[in-house]
Each structure stands twice: as structure tokens, then as C-alpha cells.
Design a protein around this ligand. Structure first.
Ligand SMILES: Cc1ncc(COP(=O)(O)O)c(C=O)c1O
Length: 396
């Protein structure tokens, strides 16, 4: 597919310059059609009815599970659908029976959604250690060697920083974890949509990500759990649709993912997510990665030359993806974002980016302006951003 063909599939792409895909991505027509088709053609609950509509809906839902599993190199039995990456991470944090004295290791780069669920465990006597990123925002595997000891039950780290765009050396950290018998949870919310990700190559035990950041509908997320660990995890929520048997006194959950998906799931959303995976496969994740790398280089080189703009973290293209944060001297990030919207309908994220511990560490109490790129963005759009910023800042 060419970039022109891709852009035709995104109704909003021609109307605004959307540079906020790290928050939520635009939705292509096949995904919107997949959601609409569910409501128009086979709107029924799944796993509950024997009638034909329920059977069709159930088969489509299952097909999405297969697609998502294959997309990350996992098995369909290992996929739990959730409403968000946050819900997926909380499922693990609350689902493992942590004991007093256990250690959990996280990093200073984490999004609040991979911070709070672990800090909360301190109430249970769990020690939470935060490994600091380097000045350019990179996590070094050597810094984890010291933090991961025999008491470490779990390491929970982001694959790609949602603020700085830097990539974590997960495979190296995985070796350290497994040497010490610790589990590894990877927050893939910013990696799975943008690069080929394979759970076996990463060597992780849990992978959490959002559907709505990878062209899928909002209200979709995924928790991949290594198969042998499923039986050791308790679900966050129990109820209908997840049971093998119930009596007046007790219940037995269905083993495997079904036991983790109590209640009516986001059926239309998950079907849409399956279509999103089809879409990304058609374009090819290698293409997505290379396309974004080209735009990132253009963006970084352009920002360097704009008066008062300071790129935050890694200024080069090394070990990073197309998430680029910057500040503007004398202008708060929200003002920059409003200016870009008003001047040229450019949508960027501003503020603390749900990563206050990182912002505080960087001494940026107002946060940053964050530009995040995706497959539908073009060189022209990056150029318009740079020109708009340049013009506005040379005036003020
Ligand atoms: C790295 C990272 N982790 C977790 C999340 C939370 O994702 P969700 O909104 O799907 O819960 C985000 C969202 O921005 C993120 O960037």
C-alpha cells in the first residue's frame, strides 16, 4: 500500500494534522466498518446463546483472539481481552499473590498505569524499586542487574517510553530476570503499534498493550500471559461468562482466558481490533517502523533549528521511535499545543503525559509538548508542523 492509499482509509487524516497517536490512534474505515457490521449484522452476546447470531459473534470474537495472538507471536490461549492496557497491568498486579518482603522492580520511565498498580502493593509489604533512566532517557540493562535480587518476584517495565520514545533492551533484562527467577511484565502500549513485537524474542512473561493505540476501537486492551502462568493468576473481576460451575457456597472458574473475561466483553471493539491487526499486517510492521523512522529523523533535524525549542531526552534517532518531546522557552506546553491547533489544526499532546515521576526527575513541572507519529503521517505534515512552529516562535 502507498501512503496515499493508507491516508484514504483514515477519514480524519485529511481534515487535521494528527500527531497524537501515542495517546490514541486514528481509526481506519475497515475497523469502523467491522464495528458497524457487528451491530448491523450479528448483534448478540457471545458464549451464552446457541442461536445463530450468538454463534457468528462468538466466532468473530475468537477470530480476533487468534489474530492478536499471531501478531505478537503468542498462542490464542494466552490472550486475555481487557478494556485497556491499564486494566491488563492491574490484572497482573492484583492477580499474583504477592507476599510481604517480595520485591517489584520498575523504572523511572513508566506511565502512571505501570507505576500506580505497583506502588499500591507497598500496602501489602511489597518493596518497589525504581531503576532510573540515563540523562537521554535510556534504560541500561546493567542497572537492572543490581536491582533484581532473589526476592524479586516481578520486573515491570515499558518497552518504549510514552514520553521520550526510547526503546528498552527487554531481551537483556529478561535474561537477568530469569537468572534470578523473577517474572517480567512488559508494557507494550507504545511498542506493539509501531514495530514488530514477538513475545518469544522479548522473553517476557506478560505483555500488556492497548487496542486503541494500534488503530483499534477505544475500550480495547490486551493482556498476553505465558500459558503456564495462567493458572497462577487470579482474575481481577469474577462473574457471569467465566464459570465452570456455581453452587450456593462456591464457584469454579473456567480455566484459561475465559475465567478472566467475566461479564459481557467489548464484543464490537474486539472484532474491530481484529480488523486493526489485519490492517497493520497488510501494511506490514516493517514498513510502519521504517516509515516512522524517516519522519522521526526529519522531525528531529527540523526541531533542532527552531529558536527556543529544546528536544527533551535523546536528540538522535538511535534506539528510539517516533515519539518526540520538546519544550519551548518562555511558553508553557499547553499554550504551544493550542497555538498549533489554532494555526494549522495540528494535534499534539501537552503536559505531564501521565508520567509525573519522570517529569519531576527532569525538572519539567509543566511537562512537555509531545509529537507522536504513525503510519498515516507524511513528510508534508511534519514540514507544516516545523514551519508553523518556526513562524509563531520567531514572532513572539
Ligand atoms: C506506555 C503506556 N502504558 C500504558 C498506557 C495506558 O494505556 P490505556 O490508556 O490503554 O490504559 C499508556 C497510554 O498512554 C502508555 O503510553
Amino acid at each position: 500500500m502507498t501512503i496515499q492509499e493508507i491516508r484514504k482509509d483514515f477519514p480524519l487524516a485529511g481534515r487535521v494534522i494528527y500527531l497524537d497517536s501515542a495517546a490514541t490512534s486514528l481509526t481506519p474505515i475497515p475497523v469502523i466498518a467491522g464495528v458497524a457490521e457487528y451491530y448491523q449484522e450479528y448483534n448478540a452476546n457471545i458464549g451464552r446463546g446457541v442461536h445463530r447470531l450468538s454463534q457468528i459473534a462468538g466466532a468473530k470474537y475468537l477470530s480476533s483472539r487468534r489474530k492478536v495472538a499471531t501478531f505478537i507471536g503468542g498462542k490464542e490461549e494466552e490472550i486475555i481481552f481487557t478494556q485497556s492496557a491499564t486494566y491488563a497491568i492491574n490484572t497482573v498486579a492484583q492477580g499474583i499473590s504477592f507476599r510481604t518482603g517480595d520485591r517489584v522492580v520498575i523504572s523511572s520511565l513508566e506511565h502512571h498505569s505501570n507505576f500506580l498498580p505497583w506502588l499500591r502493593l507497598r500496602n501489602q509489604g511489597v518493596e518497589v524499586i525504581v531503576v532510573k533512566a540515563s540523562a537521554t532517557g535510556h534504560l541500561e540493562s546493567e542497572d537492572f542487574r543490581e536491582a533484581i535480587d532473589e526476592r524479586t518476584r516481578l520486573v515491570a517495565i515499558t518497552h518504549v517510553s510514552n514520553v521520550l520514545g526510547t526503546i528498552t533492551p527487554i531481551a537483556e533484562i529478561s535474561k537477568l530476570c530469569h537468572e534470578k527467577g523473577a517474572l517480567l511484565l512488559v508494557d507494550g502500549a507504545q511498542s506493539v503499534p509501531h514495530m514488530p513485537v514477538d513475545v518469544e524474542q522479548l522473553g517476557c512473561d506478560f505483555l500488556c498493550f492497548s487496542g486503541h493505540k494500534m488503530l483499534g476501537p477505544t475500550g480495547t486492551g490486551v493482556l498476553w500471559v505465558r500459558e503456564e502462568l495462567l493458572s497462577q493468576l487470579s482474575p481481577l473481576v469474577v462473574g457471569g461468562g467465566a464459570i465452570e460451575d456455581v453452587s450456593m457456597d462456591e464457584y469454579l472458574l473456567v480455566p484459561g482466558y475465559t475465567g478472566f473475561e467475566a461479564g459481557t466483553p467489548n464484543i464490537a471493539g474486539v472484532i474491530g481490533l481484529g480488523r486493526a491487526v489485519d490492517y497493520l499486517n497488510t501494511v506490514g510492521m516493517d514498513w510502519v517502523e521504517a516509515h516512522e523512522a524517516r519522519l522521526t529523523e526529519q522531525l528531529l533535524r527540523g526541531l533542532e533549528h527552531i529558536k527556543r525549542v529544546k528536544i527533551v531526552g535523546e536528540e538522535g534517532t538511535h534506539g528510539r521511535i517516533g515519539v518526540v518531546p520538546f519544550t519551548v522557552g518562555g511558553m508553557p506546553p499547553h499554550d504551544v499545543a493550542l497555538l498549533l491547533d489554532e494555526a494549522a489544526k495540528i494535534m499534539v499532546r501537552s503536559g505531564h503525559q501521565c508520567a509525573l515521576p519522570l517529569m519531576k526527575g527532569l525538572g519539567l513541572s509543566d511537562g512537555v509538548v509531545r509529537v507522536s507519529l504513525y503510519l498515516y503521517n507524511t513528510q508534508e505534515e511534519v514540514e507544516i508542523l516545523l514551519t508553523t512552529l518556526n513562524k509563531a516562535l520567531s514572532r513572539t
